[in-house]
Design a protein around this ligand. Structure first.
Ligand SMILES: Cc1ncc(C[n+]2csc(CCOP(=O)(O)OP(=O)(O)O)c2C)c(N)n1
Length: 630
């Protein structure tokens, strides 16, 4: 995504929420933007990088991205960072003290919750951070609002001296809508960084004085929220129910119950409790629809406002109309109308027939690695080594836990493979005395949070073998550059990390570090077998690029000579999706047992000629096509 954004000031365009956030930040005069990629927030920075007036960077993790934004804010420039929900866990150490410090120029944290878990290890509600860190939460309901709210957020941040969280969800990030844009207004505080240790140096004596200021600020924000233009009531004729909504749930409720009164909270923390109380007085029953945790609900109940929420609505996933309708029908003791219009119960008639049948006729397609992925050989080897416990990490290589490799035993969060491996080593019981402990981690994950774990392993003399899969990109999130690729966010050259030297610096003995080509199976096997037997920390670095990077070179594909294929299935254990079964046969072995054979072919369009599968083929039935044009 390297093109310069062509949208003129004042134009209208169909934009995703992510693009709209980048546009809004740019118009607000934001000078610095930093992020670590993660679905669903990744594209925010990709779009931001198209605006030459903003400094943008891929940071090595979310904590660093927030710290970069904090530094820029202190220096007098508006700044933001973007991350997925789990990223804010990583960045939270910085956030929890920054909220005590306050800001210089406007500081915004755009955080995207993967509601419905389309691509995450868990589901979280980032609105908790508003309560925890005493900072305001803005929640857009569509792309236009995402654009408008981030613009507003910078001003709010300066007005109250607080970081502001813009809470997005997968739907807001990825769904496109028309966004009417404006002009960029340059912004810079008159003075740059002002030395002020009482504000910026958080030793206990200084922090203690600032904590009451943080609470005063929260009280002021609470009052402000009551009159914020982002919070409003949309009246409706059917007063049987009134809905409290925030973020995307406003759209869902409006679609499912067009005649009901709705209070829409765009400024959802601190919530405007008096406004909600007034609203509640005008309806028969109050329902709060929030994704995903009952935060507003708990607060409303604590304020003495009778409300229904998670008793009837799920505490996970999107609260889309097809989820809302049956739950609300139950609440009203009515029968759900799923078909044609029903004049008597208009609020319960679906406006669009979506629901449960979508997807019923789709083929199941479990996630798998790409054809020729350099991770394939690694998992092929790992699946053949006995007596292992393998701690995994987060990236494309997490798929090694699945079929046909089944070669990952744990996956927790980014970087955890290291500490978990050490814990498995130190905590092993007698029966596991000879177990080989292996940790698997990708290059980006290693730089994100794995390096510290490796240092911990060497420092504590762990008997662990680490596989560091350097494919020169952040494969899982779409191939962003990182220090392993030697290119920055604009694709320009930048210093490339040397993993061998880095591991050495982290305390791994030079003779225990090997760099291997993951397509060279015999070497990889040998390296693994040898290293797991040596009771020291060792690292095997693989050095072949992701097949999706632009500098990957394909070769002529391979094909299977049918008359030589014995159906042994060895090549299938590689797990390459370019290899497929054409025929299965069951034979009786000399010992009387049944054996299943599978005869295969190779999809020549998908095969990149990586040379992996021929190395698994005993009868040499896999041969390279002599002349081939793609
Ligand atoms: C805290 C956190 N931030 C971001 C992500 C999104 N994410 C998942 S895996 C990954 C990195 C994968 O890159 P790498 O380790 O190089 O492995 P690859 O996918 O290239 O094999 C990212 C950014 C996440 N899951 N958790």
């Amino acid at each position: 995504m390297n093109a310069v954004n062509p949208l003129p000031a004042g134009g209208r365009r169909f934009m995703s929420g992510n693009e709209a956030v980048a546009r809004g930040a740019w118009e607000a005069g934001c000078k610095v933007a930093a992020a670590y990629p993660g679905t669903p927030s990744t594209e925010i920075l990709e779009y931001a990088s198209q605006y030459p007036e903003m400094y943008t960077e891929w940071s090595v993790n979310e904590k660093v991205s927030l710290e970069v934004a904090i530094g820029a804010s202190m220096a007098g420039s508006r700044a933001f960072c973007a991350m997925k929900h789990v990223g804010l866990n990583v960045a939270s150490d910085a956030l929890m003290t920054q909220t005590v410090v306050g800001v210089g120029a406007g500081l915004v944290i755009a955080v995207a919750d993967d509601v419905g878990l389309s691509s995450s290890q868990n589901e979280q509600d980032s609105r908790f951070w508003g309560r925890f860190a005493h900072v305001p939460i803005l929640e857009p309901a569509d792309a236009q609002e995402a654009y408008a709210q981030i613009k507003l957020a910078f001003g709010l941040s300066e007005q109250f001296g607080t970081p502001v969280i813009l809470r997005m969800t997968t739907r807001i990030c990825h769904v496109k809508g028309v966004v009417v844009t404006g002009e960029r207004k340059a912004f810079r505080l008159e003075q740059g960084f002002q030395k002020n240790p009482a504000k910026y140096v958080m030793v206990p004596g200084n922090a203690k004085k600032r904590i009451p200021m943080m609470f005063e600020r929260e009280d002021a924000l609470r009052k402000f929220s009551e009159g914020s233009e982002l919070n409003f009531i949309q009246d409706g004729d059917d007063k049987r129910l009134g809905f409290v909504t925030c973020g995307p749930t406003y759209m869902h409720v409006r679609e499912a119950f067009p005649d009901s009164p709705i209070i829409k909270l765009g400024f959802s923390y601190p919530p405007p409790m008096e406004m909600i109380r007034r609203f509640a007085a005008g309806v028969e029953q109050l329902v709060v629809v929030e994704e995903v945790e009952p935060l507003l609900e708990t607060e409303m109940k604590a304020a003495g406002i009778g409300v229904t929420g998670k008793e009837i609505l799920p505490r996970e996933g999107e609260l889309a109309p097809h989820v809302l309708r049956p739950a609300i029908a139950d609440l009203l003791g009515e029968e759900l109308v799923t078909g044609e219009a029903n004049d008597e119960k208009p609020a319960l008639v679906p406006s669009v027939r979506v629901d449960a049948n979508i997807g019923k006729n789709l083929f199941p397609r479990p996630p798998t690695m790409c054809a020729a992925c350099p991770h394939l050989g690694i998992y092929y080897c790992l699946s053949k080594i006995r007596n292992t416990s393998i701690s995994g990490d987060i990236g494309c290589y997490t798929l090694g836990a699945g079929h046909p490799w089944n070669a990952l035993d744990t996956t927790i969060c980014m970087g955890a493979s290291m500490g978990v491996a050490l814990g498995m080593d130190k905590g092993r019981v007698e029966a596991d005395a000879n177990k080989h402990i292996i940790g698997v981690i990708g290059d980006s994950t290693f730089m994100h949070m794995g390096m510290q774990g490796l240092l911990d392993i060497t420092y504590n003399r762990g008997n662990v073998t680490i596989l560091l899969l350097d494919n020169r990109t952040v494969g899982m999130t779409g191939g962003q550059d990182n220090p392993a690729s030697g290119r920055d966010i604009h694709g320009d050259e930048s210093p490339q990390v040397d993993f061998r030297k880095l591991c050495e610096a982290l305390g791994v003995k030079p003779e225990r570090i090997r760099v291997v080509n993951p397509y060279e199976l015999p070497f990889l096997f040998k390296a693994l077998r040898e290293e797991v037997k040596i009771p020291e920390t060792s690292v095997i670095i693989t050095d072949q690029p992701c097949v999706l990077v632009d500098f990957y070179r394909t070769k002529a594909p391979y094909t299977v000579e049918d008359d030589k294929c014995t159906g042994c299935k060895n090549c299938l254990d590689v797990g390459c999706p370019a290899i497929y079964v054409t025929r299965r046969e069951t034979v009786i072995k000399p010992n009387g047992k049944e054996k299943e054979l599978a005869f295969v072919r190779i999809d020549s369009q998908a095969c990149t000629g990586c040379d992996l599968c021929p190395k698994t083929c005993g009868p040499d039935a896999i041969v390279q096509v002599e002349s081939f044009t793609r």
